[in-house]
Design a protein around this ligand. Sequence first.
Ligand code: GUN
Length: 291
Amino acid sequence: MTKILDGKALALTLRSKVKEEVATLRDAGHRAPHLAAILVGEDGASMTYVNSKEKDCEYVGFESSVYRLGADTTEEALLSHIASINNNKNIDGLIVQLPVPKHIDATKITESIHPDIDVDGFHTLNVGKLTIDEDTYISATPFGVIMMLEEYGIETRGKHCVVIGRSNIVGRPMSILMSQGGRDATVTICHRHTHDVGAFTRIADIVIVAVGIPEFLKPDMVKEGATVIDVGITRVDADNKRGYLLKGDVEYDTVKEKCSAITPVPGGVGPMTRYGLLHNTLKSYKNKFNL
Ligand code: GUN
C-alpha cells in the first residue's frame, strides 16, 4: 500500500500549533509577529502565492503587509523600499516574491534584505550558515520537505537520496539538508547536464524532484518501494473554469503504483512550503524578543 504524504493535512495541524502559540504570546501581552511581502509585477502564480501567504498570516494571527508594486518599478525604488522595511523594528520577516522583472537584479535584491529578517533564507549569510550546519532560516520549501519526511517517519539515515534540480531555492539546499548529521543520507544531485537521470533515480531510496517539468519522473525511473517527493507545480493549459490544471514533476498515477510513499500535487509539498514561511517568521520574532 502506497503511503500518500498529505501535506495539506499536516500543514493544517502545524499551522494550528502556530496559531495557538501566537494566541498565548498575545495573551501574555506581546505584539503579533509581522511578515512583509513585496510583489513586483503581475505574474499570475506569484500573485496567487502572495495572496496565500497573506491568508496564512491572518489565520495564525500574524500581522502582514503586502506591497504590490508595478512591473516598471526600478531596482533603486525596490532597494529603497527594502531598506525602509529593514529599519522597521515592528517587522519580523521580509520576502520579495521571485521572480522579479528582468530589469531587476534578483541577487542584489536578496542580498539587500537584512539577514535577521530574511525568512526566505536566500541571503548568502543564511545560505552559508546552512552549509556549515549553523542555526539559520531554512528556505521554506526544503524546510517543508524535511518536516514532512520527519513527521511521516521516513527513514533517511544511510539512504540514497537523489535530488533532481540544483536551484538555489530548492535543489541545492535540499541536497545539503539531506546529507547533514541527523538525516545522514547519501546524496546525489542530478541536473540538466546529467546524461541519464534514470540511472541514478533507479538506485535511489528517496527521490526529490524539483525541475518544473510536468510529469518528468516516469515509473521506469523509480525503484520499487522508493519514497518520491514532488516539488514541482506547473500550470498547464486546460479546458476548465480556471483555464489551467496544476501538474507536478511526477507522473503521479503510474509512479504511485511503484513507490512506498509519495506526495500528491496539489496538496503535498505546496502547503508545507507555506507552513515553512510561518515557521521562519515566528522564529525571527522569537529571536528578536529572546522568547
Ligand atoms: N518564488 C518561488 N518560490 C519562492 C519562495 O519560496 N520565496 C520567494 N520569495 N519567491 C519564490
